[in-house]
Design a protein around this ligand. Structure first.
Ligand code: UDP
Length: 330
């Protein structure tokens, strides 16, 4: 009996695989390596190079490895790209998940932990955001995540496939060992971009908007350490293994930091001055996103360990400074 981790060679996927393996679980990674990295998967862990739109390969993999649960990360995840190329997002994120669910149904696999996103909420009506808040995604990416959540509800009712959907806020940091971390091409996320400036790979950080209704005018986000996210997946899986009903949970730290605070934290921790440029707002960026994670703490006992911005920046810097070219350095 093994756990299939789709997208297990990606950023959050590889950190989750690491925690699962350290916990003694039997894991098989399924990844098309379009964004993921072979080097991010530990040596003892089987890696099947395949696409979630390949139903036959999914089914063969489930049968070959006696899969009895799935953690599903594989997805396209860039908001801007999703607006420019919705077809890619609907096919990979929605149709791909339908293929995965069909293979699960045909192989009698009844448990799935799904990577959802704070993007399902869109522009929040209230802060902190609870799971009951209205879901009005403002991007194609967010819509794909919400569509899959709804599909999962229907598959539970009709076929008894139970799920936990985890709505991540801003994943950050890296494994404390510095052996795995964030490596996207192109990079679009704030902390790794600032790291690239610190490493001299970019000349400055562009701040997307300085006139938001926040204390310093820059956007506020809720950063959550990738290892804390990873551990939540194990709790979610155990919830399903123990017979728990389907659930959706937010995952954040319930604390917000502005773009300027993040830049200043990186400067303090690295000792490197980060040149910056004030630029216009990025389309679709809400001013403030802060999670309430009370539900997952109350129901699954999730307690984050790396809760300060310093924790996230220190572990991220450890990874980026040891591997300035990401997994190409491996
Ligand atoms: N951001 C920025 N400059 C950049 C990248 C991001 O000012 O080069 C801001 C962005 O507008 C947002 C925050 O940093 O307010 C976090 O953005 P990121 O893309 O990391 O995550 P998101 O909140 O979009 O999931």
């Amino acid at each position: 009996m093994a756990i299939l981790v789709t997208g297990g060679a990606g950023y959050i996927g590889s950190h989750t695989v690491r925690e699962l393996v350290e916990d003694g679980r039997d894991v098989v990674v399924y990844d098309n390596l379009s964004r993921g990295h072979r080097e991010a998967v530990g040596e003892g862990t089987p890696l099947v190079v395949g696409d979630i739109n390949d139903y036959i390969k999914l089914k063969e993999t489930m049968q070959k490895y006696a899969i009895d649960s799935v953690i599903h990360f594989a997805a396209e995840s860039q908001v801007g790209e999703s607006m420019a190329n919705p077809e890619k997002y609907y096919f990979n994120n929605v149709v791909g998940t339908l293929n995965l669910l069909k293979a699960m149904k045909d192989c009698d696999v009844k448990k799935i932990v799904f990577s959802s996103s704070a993007a399902v909420y869109g522009e929040p009506q209230e802060i902190p955001i609870t799971e009951r808040c209205p879901k009005n995604p403002t991007s194609v990416y967010g819509r794909t995540k919400l569509m899959v959540e709804k599909i999962l509800v229907d598959y539970d009712v009709a076929y008894g496939i139970r799920h936990v959907a985890l709505r991540y806020f801003n994943a950050a940091g890296a494994h404390v060992s510095g052996e795995i971390g964030e490596d996207h091409t192109p990079e679009t996320h704030l902390i790794p971009i600032i790291m690239e400036v610190a490493l001299g790979k970019r000349d400055k950080i562009k701040i997307f908007g300085t006139n938001y209704p926040t204390p310093d005018g820059t956007c506020i986000r809720d950063y959550i350490h990738v290892t804390d996210l990873a551990k939540a997946h194990i709790l979610a899986l155990d919830w399903l293994i123990n017979g728990g009903p389907s659930r959706a949970y937010n995952l954040g730290n319930e604390k917000g930091f502005s773009v300027l605070e993040v830049i200043e934290t990186v400067e303090r921790i690295t000792g490197i001055k980060i040149p910056r440029e004030d630029t216009s707002r990025r389309l679709g960026d809400p001013a403030v996103l802060i999670a309430s994670s009370k539900k997952i703490t109350d129901e699954l006992g999730w307690i984050p360990r790396y809760t300060t911005l310093d924790d996230m920046v220190k572990t991220a810097w450890n990874w980026h400074s040891k591997n300035p070219n990401g997994f190409n350095d491996k």
